[in-house]
Design a protein around this ligand. Structure first.
Ligand code: NAP
Length: 486
């Protein structure tokens, strides 16, 4: 059977071409689905619903402004009209704006509301957004769900992300209705029970590798310890006792003896808790006594500890492969330059090559991680926050490492006129322009004032709209132009 979700859904408005829409004929017997809000989530959801054959009506505060962004088959109208026409309504606005929908209370009574909202941070105490929404609309049946599905997944279809949709509600009928919509859109509903589970569902997309924290911390501490230890032994000691400068060993040779040490100790840490558990059982003579909490946590972290050990071992293999390559390159270089080994070892060229290789290997390691997590089967097992942490934060780290790698490759050649054949700069200079622009742009976005403003905008804040609401009507009309530049 061809994958329903992989078909192109809808041509853009204004394409003018023929529409092949045989798989998206509205089914008049199925419920009319309303969506409040016209943001990213709403647009992707509307497309997927229309493609699944639903009649869709979208409610906006300013319908004319966003009508062109939705498929023609979806009606974009006022919030009140959408609430009136729809049998089931997705509330695709941020939770802090739920209260602005209170005027619709009467209209929404008796209808199913699907709360798709996520919070900004993990909420352990409650109440959840869905519970608050249920308090605002006591006459409606609130279902929590779809918050773990990103707008991207909705747009691409369930084939390119997690297929599971976690649902909970106090009304079984409302939940069953949302389940059937899930099925028809190609997703797999997972019943999480009553609305009290909504806090757990809302926290799901906010976790950032909770089970990896301890193993990664452990790996970092071990790395720092062994690195310093090897530094004292291989670099500081010859420098103090024999006045021999071996600082050039820091980027590769010291790292390369540190990595296997960490890998081995981490591997031992995988098996140690099992031994301790056995000793405890022998000691107490029963298997029914609970292990202490620290041992429980340790036992459940064994997979992550093992994978960290594997990472260090793999990096060690790459570094070790580089060593003979680097030595032969040094040898050829030495023969060419007719220099003594002593001279060569302190040459800045040695530093350049060591750093060049080391940073390059790190960049490759990070890029491999990005590649692996972009596979749908892997991406489906991590939440959106974890996915964007790897693809965005670690992605920028990879870009930074790769840029530094190229800088070490070029070294000072950018300033050597002889390298400019026909006045053309060396290739690496051209290559560096775009990464520099991107990295500087990213650094600018991290400035607290810029980051704060961007965060607000991404949560739905609009300068003009905000100012209009803050000012009395007359001032607003007269002064928007002036104040909008503030
Ligand atoms: P968005 O692009 O900022 O859209 C939010 C929409 O809310 C606006 O377009 C606006 O539409 C509407 N709105 C209604 N009252 C508002 C008010 N008082 N102030 C500001 N906006 C108001 O956000 P989104 O990314 O679509 O997210 C919408 C909801 O889906 C959020 O609760 C979010 O947590 C959840 N969600 C999003 C994703 C995702 O990938 N984006 C994934 C899972 C869950 P009108 O101006 O037309 O009224």
């Amino acid at each position: 059977m061809p994958d329903e979700m992989s078909r192109r859904l809808i041509l853009e408005r204004g394409d003018g071409g023929a529409r092949h829409f045989e798989d998206a004929v509205p089914d008049l017997s199925s419920p009319v689905i309303g969506i409040l809000g016209t943001g990213d989530f709403s647009r992707s959801l509307a497309r997927r619903l229309v493609a699944s054959g639903y009649q869709v009506v979208v409610g906006s505060r300013t319908p004319t402004r966003f009508v062109a962004l939705f498929p023609e088959e979806a009606e974009v109208t006022t919030q009140l009209e959408a609430a009136n026409k729809a049998d089931l309504i997705f509330v695709a606005v941020y939770p802090e704006h739920h209260s602005t929908l209170m005027d619709l209370k009467q209209t929404l009574a008796g209808k199913t509301l699907v709360d798709v909202s996520n919070s900004l941070s993990i909420n352990h105490k409650g109440p959840s957004n869905a519970e608050l929404l249920a308090d605002y609309f006591p006459g409606s049946f609130v279902v929590k769900g779809f918050n773990t599905v990103s707008a991207w997944t909705l747009q691409m279809g369930a084939r390119d992300g997690g297929r599971q949709v976690f649902l909970c509600s106090n009304s079984q009928t409302a939940k069953n209705l949302v389940k059937s919509i899930c099925h028809r859109m190609g997703f797999v509903p997972v019943d999480m029970g009553l609305l009290s589970s909504s806090l757990e569902i809302e926290n799901l997309p906010l976790y950032l590798f909770p089970s990896w924290r301890l193993p990664v911390l452990c790996m970092l501490i071990l790395f720092i310890f062994f690195y310093l230890y090897n530094f004292v032994q291989d670099v500081l000691h010859p420098f103090i006792t024999q006045h021999k400068g071996a600082f050039y060993k820091m980027p590769i040779e010291v790292v390369n003896v540190t990595l296997p040490s960490v890998a081995l100790v981490m591997l031992a840490l995988v098996y140690l808790p099992g031994l301790l558990a056995a000793v405890l059982q022998l000691w107490s003579g029963t298997k029914y006594n609970r292990f202490p909490n620290w041992l429980d946590r340790w036992l459940t972290s064994r997979k992550q500890l093992g994978l960290c050990s594997f990472l260090c071992a793999a990096l060690h293999a790459v570094y070790s492969l580089c060593l003979p390559l680097r030595k032969s390159a040094q040898f050829i270089n030495m023969a060419y330059k007719q220099k003594s080994m002593e001279d060569f070892s302190v040459d800045e060229e040695v530093w350049r090559k060591e750093l060049y290789l080391s940073v390059g290997i790190m960049a490759l390691g990070l890029l491999s991680l990005l590649a692996v997590t972009s596979l749908p089967s892997v991406a489906g097992t991590i939440n959106w926050r974890e996915f964007s942490f790897i693809q965005s934060t670690l992605g920028y780290c990879a870009l930074f490492m790769a840029t530094v790698h190229t800088l070490f490759y070029g070294w000072n050649h950018a300033f050597v006129l002889a390298r400019y054949h026909f006045y053309m700069p060396p290739t690496f200079v051209l290559v560096l322009v775009l990464p520099f622009v991107v990295l500087l742009g990213r650094a600018a976005l991290c400035l607290p004032c810029v980051a704060r403003r961007l965060r607000k905008i991404r949560r739905g804040w609009e300068r003009n709209r905000h100012i209009r609401f803050m000012l009395p009507a007359e001032d607003c009309c007269n002064g928007v132009e002036d104040v909008s530049n503030v």
